[in-house]
Design a protein around this ligand. Structure first.
Ligand SMILES: Cc1cc2nc3c(=O)[nH]c(=O)nc-3n(C[C@H](O)[C@H](O)[C@H](O)COP(=O)(O)OP(=O)(O)OC[C@H]3O[C@@H](n4cnc5c(N)ncnc54)[C@H](O)[C@@H]3O)c2cc1C
Length: 432
């Protein structure tokens, strides 16, 4: 019998694990780890497979917590919710909403698991918010010795810095507690601007708005602003206009344009300019978790780097100039987001307020040269890669760009002395 096939969202990473385990209880998670230790097997953990890097890849045991999801409890003061780690972000948003609660910030999709999203440092935008892992107050994991470890400010607190973003290398996270706030409505304005105005006024745009981000388009001076602020206006039902914008224009029509460009890559520049001119301009009002989430049906590959905020403008200008000089065949927009620094050891935003710049390539179109050249620029600005997105391994430089790199490795060895959770990709990443 052949082993089951697993592949990630973009289809770029695939493997054939010997088995895919779907535990339904914490005890079953512990048994899986203990059995793997006895049999000298490796384990990788999968959330919802939305990472572009090879973090999940394994030819041994793959563990998914899809069946270990849902609400465990909300605390008495109603500012913390504990869920099973396999809970999808969308489900978490709905569960919290039923209790009058919400997460303070999110990324731009909601289909990941909460454990998977936080494990790679998934972030949204907004200079007064850290990445999603900064919302974690407690977590429980089964480490590489098969022990259940509770981590919070009052229990094993020395592990909090390492465990909130751990790439699934300290153990299988089973429970996560998230800091919550009362529900709130957001209004998002999608509008067009120009490149020069936007980069020149960035500080103000970030100051004036709760969540500011923008998309730039290769070979175009037009950008799309996505400005989100609190509102007391009531949520508006998703009507036909929203369906038309989100599904027909941003996915269906966009997919058609991408397919055309894949078949005739020489039209990339003109296509990118056309896409920028056709960028959606609209306003939506809804409950926060529904505003953050967008539908992404068009498949792509992506590289994203975190840049210190002070270096952002120079870096963004250099990226734009390099694309124009090299004339890469790319028509996919570039995303620019801004976050607050934090204290999580492997967070790309560790101890620095940051910008994230993400470059994308439509699935099936060559991306290597484009990503390599962009990566060289990101690195020259002290860039740190998003762990869930494409990047080349640089264990020699991680030590310099992550002040706590060796501390993390020491915790890793202590939590997983038999290297149960290190597959080949992660061994290389950690320089083992
Ligand atoms: C269309 C799309 C949009 C995206 N948008 C954003 C965005 O807005 N912002 C952003 O920052 N990123 C974004 N990402 C990246 C994505 O959020 C991350 O790659 C995220 O880690 C994926 O979550 P997942 O549940 O699919 O986890 P997976 O990709 O399955 O796993 C990610 C990591 O988490 C580990 N893991 C999963 N579950 C557990 C567990 N229970 N215990 C321990 N470790 C575990 C895995 O081993 C792996 O190392 C996007 C990706 C896609 C495809």
């Amino acid at each position: 019998m052949t082993n089951p096939q697993w592949s990630n969202w973009s289809g770029h990473v695939s493997c054939r694990p010997t088995e895919i385990c779907l535990p339904e209880t914490e005890d079953q998670v512990t048994e899986i780890v203990q059995k793997a230790i006895r049999n000298n097997q490796k384990i990788r953990i999968v959330g919802r497979g939305h990472s572009f890097s090879q973090l999940v890849e394994t030819n041994d045991i793959l563990v998914s917590l899809d069946k270990l999801s849902g609400l465990i409890e909300i605390n008495d003061t109603k500012d913390e919710a504990t869920v099973w780690a396999g809970t999808q972000i969308k489900q978490l948003g709905e569960l919290l909403f039923e209790h009058g609660l919400a997460q303070e910030n999110l990324g731009d999709i909601d289909v990941q698991s909460i454990a998977g999203a936080t494990a790679t440092g998934t972030h949204g935008t907004g200079v007064t918010f850290g990445n999603i892992a900064t919302q974690i107050t407690k977590l429980t994991l089964v480490n590489g010795k098969g022990e259940l470890v509770h981590i919070s400010k009052t229990e094993n607190s020395e592990l909090l810095g390492a465990a909130r973003i751990s790439l699934g290398t300290l153990g299988i996270i089973t429970r996560i507690s998230i800091r919550c706030c009362p529900t709130y409505n957001l209004k998002i304005n999608l509008s067009k601007g120009t490149w020069n105005e936007t980069v020149d006024n960035l500080e103000q745009l970030n100051k004036d708005n709760r969540n500011f981000e923008f998309y730039s388009f290769p070979y175009s001076e037009t950008v799309q602003h996505r400005i989100t602020n609190l509102t007391t206006e009531p949520a508006k039902k998703d009507g036909l206009t929203r369906y038309f914008n989100d599904i027909v224009l941003e996915n269906g029509f966009f997919w058609l344009l991408c397919e055309m460009t894949k078949r005739m890559p020489s039209i990339s520049q003109r296509m990118s300019r056309f896409i920028s001119s056709a960028a959606v301009v609209t306003t939506k009002i809804n409950h926060s978790h529904k505003i953050f989430a967008t539908v992404r049906n068009v498949k792509f590959n992506e590289m994203e780097y975190n840049i210190p905020i002070e270096a952002y403008k120079d870096c963004a200008i250099e990226i734009k100039a390099k694309i124009e000089k090299e004339k890469y065949q790319v028509h996919f927009p570039i995303e620019h987001r801004f976050v607050q620094g934090d204290d999580i050891w492997l967070s790309p935003a560790y101890k620095r307020d940051s910008a994230y710049i993400a470059v994308h390539m439509y699935k099936g179109m060559p991306y290597k040269k484009y990503f390599e050249d962009m990566e060289a620029i990101f690195r020259s600005y002290n860039g740190r890669p998003h762990w869930g997105k494409m990047h080349t391994k640089q264990c020699d430089t991680f030590e310099q760009i992550y002040p706590k790199w060796n501390d993390f490795k020491a915790v890793r060895e202590q939590m997983d002395p038999n290297q149960v959770f290190l597959g080949d990709y992660l061994k290389d990443l950690f320089g083992c």
